[in-house]
Ligand binder design. Structure first.
Ligand code: NIG
Ligand code: FE
Length: 405
């Protein structure tokens, strides 16, 4: 099956890179104007200027000047959850902080209560419905975490749902075990016993059913220390799970150091950064994933991502879609926030949400740029978007017209 897209106004992100961009490389968004592109069995087989349009026996799609670009990759989500926490949203409006809500048993523990009660089937149906919606916003690969179960049964339930999503959806889905998201109510006076449960019971069960690609820990005051994080990451690594870690959301407590030591693929959040954290990341292969929609929603500082780029740290943008801190899966809004609040240029933000975001899921060899041989995970944008700068400019809209996979 061959498809030929002709009269593409701007073909964006034309490059052969298969790993994350850094520093000055982030300033360039290579593109071809007035282009055609050929998709052969889901693979980009050719592209070029319209003057050189080949004669092909193919289904022809006329872009009529519209933009074609790689899909977004959303490399950090908690898409599988039982119910919304809109009640806490109202508490927040009335003056409580995210941390105060968590202290009164809201937050992650509230989601864990809801998770204990929902059936696996209902959880799957809700998650599948959300994922369909997410894809319509131009996300062509996604990571989904567990972490609202906080017990053997409920963590496995979440991960089995993610596995079923992997089987039934056409986009790449990566699964992350986040048992160490919070200490559950029943272990509140015995965190060590919960960590033992994670390491000695839950991880072996996950490995047995092959339910996860990555291991995550919420390394934060009141959650898990750097030392505990190291212990859990090491156990995950021994089962073949690579680390992707929640660090430095509210405090820098050594999470970056321990994550880098365990060769984390990414460290995520990073709203609070010390000079030492900058130094560690600039010397490592670990990608810094920043989540500006979380800062927006719970009204906390934005990660200093501009300085990270200046210091040659590889950065990616993701939503953090979850029912507590970020009830949005709109990657276009994330790209706009990165521009408006974090002063990234449109070129830098689009690089961070396409190629670098794919690298954050170890998928940059197969997607994230227009390159012959890569998968044609592409979107064609709506006609009112005439230039790539208008992608973040028309903030909080959905620019996607047609979705190719
Ligand atoms: O990435 N910070 C920890 N975990 C999530 C929020 C989880 C929740 O509030 O449900 C986050 O923001
Ligand atoms: Fe998160």
């Amino acid at each position: 099956m061959t498809k030929l897209i002709k009269n593409i106004g701007q073909l964006l992100q034309v490059r052969d890179d298969t790993s994350a961009l850094r520093g000055k490389e982030m300033n360039r968004l290579p593109m071809m104007r007035n282009a055609y592109l050929v998709i052969d069995n889901g693979i980009i087989s050719d592209f070029g200027h319209m003057q050189k349009l080949p004669e092909l026996d193919a289904e022809i799609i006329d872009a009529n000047g519209r933009i074609v670009m790689p899909t977004w990759t959303d490399s950090h989500t908690h898409l599988v959850f039982a119910a919304s926490r809109a009640g806490e949203f109202v508490d927040k409006i009335n003056g409580l902080t995210y941390e105060q809500i968590a202290k009164r048993g809201g937050g992650i523990l509230n989601s864990a209560k809801q998770m204990a009660e929902i059936s696996e089937e209902e959880l799957y149906q809700k998650s599948a419905e959300l994922l369909k919606e997410v894809m319509q916003y131009g996300t062509g690969a996604i990571e989904i975490k567990s972490g609202y179960g906080l017990s053997l049964e409920a963590e496995l339930k979440m991960l089995r749902v993610i596995k079923r999503l992997k089987q039934n959806f056409s986009i790449p889905i990566k699964s992350t075990f986040l048992g160490a998201h919070a200490v559950p109510e029943t272990y509140k006076n015995n965190k060590k016993a919960y960590i033992d449960l994670i390491i000695n019971k839950i991880l072996p069960a996950i490995a047995h059913e092959n339910l996860a690609d990555y291991i995550d820990v919420f390394c934060e005051k009141g959650y898990f220390t750097a030392e505990e994080t190291g212990q859990i990451l090491q156990a995950g690594v021994s089962y073949g799970l690579k680390p992707k870690v929640h660090v430095n959301q509210f405090n820098s407590i050594g999470g970056v150091e321990v994550a880098v030591k365990h060769q984390a693929v990414t460290v995520d959040h990073l709203e609070v950064m010390t000079p030492q954290d900058f130094e560690l990341l600039s010397q490592s292969a670990t990608i810094a994933t920043v989540l500006p929609a979380c800062s927006f929603f719970i009204d906390i500082p934005y990660a200093p991502v501009k300085s990270m780029i200046d210091k040659n740290i590889a950065v990616a943008l993701a939503t953090d879609f979850n029912p507590g801190s970020t009830p949005s899966f709109n990657m276009n809004f994330v790209v706009s926030l990165a521009c408006v609040k974090q002063k990234l240029t449109p070129e830098q933000a689009i690089n961070a949400a396409t190629l670098n975001a794919a690298a954050a899921l170890e998928l940059a060899n197969e997607m994230g740029s227009i390159s012959k041989g890569k998968k044609a995970r592409l979107v064609m944008l709506k006609n009112f978007i005439k230039d790539y700068k208008e992608i973040p400019y028309y903030f909080a809209t959905n620019p996607v017209d047609v979705y190719f996979l």
